[in-house]
Design a protein around this ligand. Structure first.
Ligand code: S3P
Length: 452
């Protein structure tokens, strides 16, 4: 399908540098979790009544999902900073959007809402920026097709723009996910919501479980049990009565990762991260950094909004390279770029195993990280799907890193510049707004130094 709109373009690139920072100190409340923010809006759309959301991430990715939920029939309002309400259209009663759903850079919004549309008798067009247009959508469209949805058009290789015609009577399926992806699992479950029967999803490696938890919280009957050594089997009863709920969004561990790593690497730092979500399927980075010798005190563990949260006090630490097992990848999938930065300053070699999925994120993150490390003078190599980084206590830094429309590549290499001998420059900081719009001022408040 030909490109028909201008929105897949990108505003002018905004280069930014980070230079060696003095000690970082203070407290930081990272923005609301991106995964939970998308899901809160989507379940608000599918429920009957008014859902309120506290602490919603107001990043570009989530705002695109809010706009898409409006186009599908919800009334979505911003009540104040991070406070939103969603008057649901209700499961089975969605409107067909009149315009293309433009998801910008957001893979999660695209894929989860493909699931929702796939299970309703409506047709919608999904599109986004140049990064989104490169990302594989077949993995989502295949199970939706099994359930009865039809792909009316797609770009080469199953990519956006995609025109999807859903079905009001999705077949109940048992689906084993071929890749460990919470987005894929969630798309199948969300389509299965409108099925008269049961939907079963089996994953060999457990991925983040926010969809399952939130579906149960909104009133669905859903059971998740262990399957094999690391997997889960999830059974969802179709056509539940979803009731509007109040959702509190905990702080995003994937955004906290940047301040946390910076505080470990910049001498003299002492930073406390407040309210970080400690869901076991999201804290692989914390586990890995602790194995590497990081000094991180986990304080005040508590439950907020149905999730485990805690405050983390972080101080500089001498890190030592470790081997990160492939089985841990789903629990830290978005954190490999920042782990690679931490590994650059560690003693010895860090081997991160099983990173195939990194190649299909907002950019080919495996290549982008390796190129950035090379630009900074850090010895690294890719062997198959593994990344091996050889660290040193003196990282030269310098050079300009290409971010390829990827927010996490951008923030990771800015953190490197806070601790390396020469400044690090990234070619474009604008994508940081997709997940952490206040990154620069918040990091400056802790003591980071950015410049042209
Ligand atoms: C997400 C799942 C992960 C992650 C993404 C958010 C989600 O993707 O990389 O940033 O909210 O479900 P995959 O499920 O494709 O691994």
């Amino acid at each position: 399908m030909a490109a028909t709109s201008s929105f897949h373009g990108h505003a002018a690139a905004a280069p930014l540098s980070a230079t060696a920072a003095g000690p970082l100190s203070g407290r930081l409340r990272p923005p609301g979790d991106k995964s939970i923010s998308h899901r809160a809006l989507i379940l608000g759309l599918l429920a009957v009544g008014k859902t309120t959301i506290e602490g919603l991430l107001e990043g570009d990715d989530v705002l695109r999902t809010a706009a898409a939920c409006r186009a599908l029939g919800a009334r979505v309002e911003r009540l104040g900073p991070g406070r939103w309400s969603v008057d649901g259209a209700g499961l089975g009663s969605l409107l067909a959007p009149r315009e293309t759903l433009d998801f910008g850079n957001a893979g999660t919004g695209t894929r989860l809402l493909m699931g929702v549309v796939g299970g309703h008798p409506i047709t919608a067009t999904f599109d986004g920026d140049a990064s989104l247009r490169k990302r594989p959508m077949r993995r989502i469209l295949d199970p939706l097709t099994l359930m009865g949805a039809q792909v009316l058009a797609e770009a080469e290789g199953g990519r956006c723009p995609v025109i999807l015609k859903g079905t009001g009577d999705p077949a109940s399926i048992e689906y084993r996910t071929p890749v460990p992806s919470a987005q894929l699992k969630s798309a199948v479950l969300l389509a299965g919501l409108n099925s008269p029967g049961r939907t079963v999803v089996i994953e060999t490696e457990a991925s983040r479980d926010h969809t399952e938890k939130m579906l149960a919280y909104f009133g669905a009957t859903i059971v998740s049990e262990p399957d094999g050594a690391h997997g889960r089997r999830i059974v969802l009863e179709g056509r539940p009565e979803l009731r509007a709920r109040d959702v509190i969004v905990p702080a995003d561990p994937s955004s906290a990762a940047f301040a946390l790593t910076a505080a470990l690497l910049v001498p003299g730092s002492d930073v406390t991260i407040e309210g970080m979500m400690m869901n076991p399927l999201r804290i692989g980075l914390l586990t890995t950094l602790q194995e590497m010798g990081a000094r991180i005190d986990v304080l005040n563990p508590r439950i907020e909004g149905g999730e485990d949260v805690a405050d983390l006090r972080v101080r500089p630490s001498q890190l030592t390279g470790v081997e990160v097992p492939a089985a841990r990848a789903p629990a830290m999938i978005d954190e490999y770029p920042i782990l690679a930065v931490a590994a650059s300053f560690a003693k010895g070699e860090t081997r991160m195993r099983g990173l195939a999925e990194l190649r299909v994120k907002e950019s080919d993150r495996l290549a982008a990280v390796a190129d950035g490390l090379t630009a900074a003078g850090v010895e690294n190599r890719i062997e198959g799907d593994d990344l091996i980084v050889t660290g040193s206590d003196k990282v030269r830094g310098g050079g300009t890193v290409k971010t390829h429309l990827d927010h996490r590549i951008a923030m990771s290499f800015l953190v490197m510049g806070m601790a390396s001998q020469q400044k690090m420059t990234i070619d474009d900081a604008s994508m940081i707004a997709t997940s952490f719009p206040t990154f620069q001022p918040e990091m400056e408040r802790l003591g980071a130094k950015f410049g042209a």
